[in-house]
Design a protein around this ligand. Structure first.
Ligand SMILES: [Zn+2]
Ligand SMILES: [Zn+2]
Length: 368
């Protein structure tokens, strides 16, 4: 699976592979849900009594893999650099295990092989729109994600707020270009952008409730002038992340007011788009406590850690807005073997011992 990565919403071979394996196992499933999604059902005894959904995402990233492993990507420029191959493989393992045990547990397990986690609007929101949380409707949902910061053999949990909402900021400031020696005849977008970048930080430092995590960063600033040329326009891209939906909406208004206000006060025009990404991720406290204590039974207390808040985003958050969810982390790090690279890097890799835990623990959690 690692050698055959496919980009978001193009997981055709991956979905076929998943479907073929589920067929081999004898698991009833539906393909082509929201494009490339696959949804399986395993019914135990008394199948309507309780229903849990398990989710694994399937998509890869546009990165050239730099590892020299035997399972290196054979699709140039595409790489499973976020471990979604691990999540899919684990969920297949879970399907294989639980299907053999189905006369030994009560209830139904819904297996969600999800496309497009890495790309807005996110496969989760599309699957929800297509009714993945109905017929039958799960009472809770559990997902796992690799964590290269966490040693292999360990897993991590956090109750309540865990990950941030993420919105994208696209801004072009239009002014008037001219000679660098005669700024009085121009509208200098460079000087205006400098003010915008500084002033808009006040949204985080002054307008935000200090108790709510917020972050605003610009990662792109492009202006094609020269030492003596003031350009006509400048282009900026940034991200705004937080963990509160009311504040998120208010922050968008404030960001717009500051940017448009500064630009118009200097005679420039702001062309601003704030594109909404995923919402924040909330781990249901009761469910997460239960999953954590079950993980302790399975792996031992020393191998189950508490996680800190993380300002990255993840589309599993859409499920957690609909029903109690628990998103936990699977340790994949091994310093002795040099497996330390972060997700979304060309040298990301895992200690494969994590695969056994990824399957076994998730199957155990589902049954619990
Ligand atoms: Zn990712
Ligand atoms: Zn991911």
């Amino acid at each position: 699976m690692h050698a055959h990565p496919e980009l978001s919403f193009q997981e055709f071979e991956t979905a076929q592979f998943v479907s073929d394996r589920l067929k081999d196992f004898g698991v009833i499933h539906q393909s082509g849900v929201a494009g490339t999604g696959v949804v399986g059902i395993i019914e135990g005894k008394n199948p309507g009594s309780k229903i849990i959904a398990l989710r694994g995402d399937m998509d890869a990233l546009p990165i050239f893999e730099k590892n020299e492993a035997s399972y290196k990507s054979i699709n140039p420029g595409v790489m499973h650099a976020c471990g979604h191959d691990v999540h899919t493989a684990s969920l297949l393992g879970v399907s294989w295990i639980l299907n053999q045990l189905k006369d030994q547990f009560e209830g139904t397990v819904k297996l969600i092989f999800q496309p497009g986690e890495e790309k807005v609007p996110g496969g989760a929101s599309m699957l929800i729109k297509e009714g993945v949380l109905q017929n039958p409707a799960p009472l809770s949902i559990v997902g796992q994600h690799v964590m290269p910061l966490l040693e292999v053999g360990k897993v991590g949990f956090r109750e309540g707020l865990y990950m941030a909402s993420a919105d994208e900021i696209y801004l072009t400031i239009h002014g008037k270009g001219g000679h660098g020696a005669m700024p009085n005849l121009a509208i200098d977008v460079i000087a205006i952008a400098a003010q915008v970048i500084t002033a808009v930080q006040q949204v985080v430092s002054r307008a935000a409730d200090p108790k709510i995590p917020s972050v605003l960063s610009f990662g792109t600033v492009i202006a094609n002038g020269a030492t003596n040329i003031l350009p006509n326009s400048i282009y900026l891209e940034g991200t705004f992340r937080t963990m509160d939906e009311v504040w998120r909406a208010n922050a968008h208004v404030k960001i717009r007011q500051i940017i448009e206000g500064i630009c118009s006060s200097f005679g420039a025009k702001a062309d601003l788009e704030i594109r909404k990404g995923y919402p924040f991720l909330f781990n249901d406290p009761e469910l997460t406590r239960k999953m954590k204590s079950s993980a302790i039974d399975y792996l031992g207390k020393e191998n189950v850690v508490d996680l800190d808040v993380w300002m990255a985003a993840e589309d599993f958050s859409y499920y957690t807005q609909e029903l109690p969810g628990c998103f936990y982390r699977l340790g994949t790090r091994n310093e002795e073997k040099g497996i330390v690279s972060g997700v979304h890097t060309p040298t990301f890799d895992i200690d494969e011992d994590a695969l056994e835990i990824g399957c076994g623990l998730m199957a155990w959690l589902a049954v619990q």
